[in-house]
Design a protein around this ligand. Structure first.
Ligand SMILES: [Zn+2]
Length: 393
């Protein structure tokens, strides 16, 4: 409990040194707790008993909401919605799940003891016949996080980073200089861990998050950042943990507004929702990974007519798209926190059409960076001047 509560209670603007000290304290505490659990399991087995572990179940959303009468549900970013009992010897009690959990825990213990890092794929290849697939390792890592109330980065299990960043920012990632500001049109990898970031300096007025790498490259080619004081980030599809943590870190450290640009289709909407609400798979950590204030910049179903896009760019929603959209519409967080987003998705479903961000380039290749994004940002009217974030009246 202490690891998570300590982090939640920490001031958002602590210094680099404080953050490093906190990380070392957390690692030492976690290691003590892991050793305690492993010792207890061994003692139980030696004594001929079947050790069992109670794991909380988390859910940041459900699909129980009905359009006509949204029913109150128990989904929460902080409180568990139920429990699973994992037992080592009782066959019907998630035996293999607990077995995988303990195997991964031993690896994590080693990593923390030696202050080393590895990927979940590395862990899989240590016991491939036991884990069968990487997804089993993934679940075990989730279970360990829930059990010890910590996040994946606390376990020294590092992800492969997908995200890219460019624009008016510079920082140190450990000893590595990530000076995007020296060439604002060049793509840099998002840092693996925000704990390694030091000395962040930025003169940006806002952060633009784009769903796709192709759009990120379009903006780079158009020298969008040269003409607009911003930071552009892409998670290249569904954003991974480092991208979401980095985005959240920048918003908190730099007090910048963030806008998100996704395709006008159910998958684009789901990616947008992942940024704002977190994913179900990482529900136990959603509150630390999500960006609740992210704003939806586009593209909207209505943009197609507003910007007179050619009919050839418009596609009909497939049966799978419809199923996906209907599933998202039923999610309780939209009812609770973003009814206006829900209305947009409903409009898409009613019209039965979708189109990609790139459709905006149909009339002019640089329309997106010359007109669409600057005008939408201006309309939103929220930007940062001289350290103050301005809001429209
Ligand atoms: Zn719910």
């Amino acid at each position: 409990m202490a690891v998570r509560e300590k982090r939640r209670g920490a001031p958002p603007l602590e210094g680099d040194e404080q953050r490093l000290r906190r990380k070392q304290e957390e690692a030492a505490l976690l290691l003590r707790r892991i050793r305690g659990l492993v010792r207890w399991v061994v003692e139980e087995v030696v004594a001929g008993r079947s050790p069992s572990i109670v794991l909380h179940r988390y859910r940041n959303y459900c699909s129980a909401a009905d359009a006509a009468s949204p029913s109150p549900c128990v989904c929460s970013y902080d409180a568990p919605v139920g429990t699973d009992v994992l037992s080592l010897l009782h066959k019907d009690c998630h035996t293999s799940r607990l077995n995988a959990l303990l195997r991964v825990l031993l690896v994590v213990q080693q990593l923390l003891q030696q202050n080393k890092h590895c990927s979940k794929r590395d862990i899989y290849y240590m016991y491939p016949s036991i884990f069968v697939e990487v997804a089993v390792v993934d679940r075990a890592i989730n279970d360990i996080c829930v059990l010890f109330k910590c996040s994946r980065h606390n376990l020294n299990v590092v992800p492969v980073v997908k995200g890219l960043v460019m624009g008016w920012i510079r920082f140190l990632e450990g000893e590595k200089k990530v000076y995007c500001i020296t060439n604002v049109n060049a793509a840099f990898s998002v840092p693996v861990s925000i704990e390694a970031i030091k000395d962040v300096v930025s003169v940006a007025q806002y952060i633009l998050v784009v769903e796709k790498e192709t759009v990120f490259q379009r903006l780079a080619n158009d020298k969008f950042c040269e003409r607009n004081r911003c930071i552009v980030i892409t998670g290249r599809g569904y954003p991974d943990i480092p991208t979401r943590r980095f985005l959240r870190y920048l918003i908190e450290q730099l007090h910048l507004p963030a806008y998100c640009l996704v395709d006008s289709d159910p998958y684009g909407f789901d990616i947008l929702a992942t940024y704002k609400f977190g994913s179900l798979q990482l529900a136990y950590d959603a509150n630390l990974l999500r960006v609740p204030d992210i704003r939806w910049l586009g593209v909207f179903t209505s943009d197609f007519e507003d910007f007179c896009l050619p009919d050839c760019c418009l596609l009909h929603l497939s049966p799978e798209d419809r199923r996906k959209a209907e599933g998202i519409l039923a999610r309780c967080y939209l009812h609770k926190e973003a009814p206006e987003w829900r209305s947009e998705l409903e409009a898409m479903l009613q019209k039965g059409v979708k189109f990609e961000i790139e459709a905006l380039s149909a009339s002019s290749i640089s329309f997106l960076s010359d007109k669409y994004i600057p005008e939408k940002i201006k309309k939103e009217g929220i930007y940062k001047i001289d350290g103050h974030t301005l809001y429209p009246s």
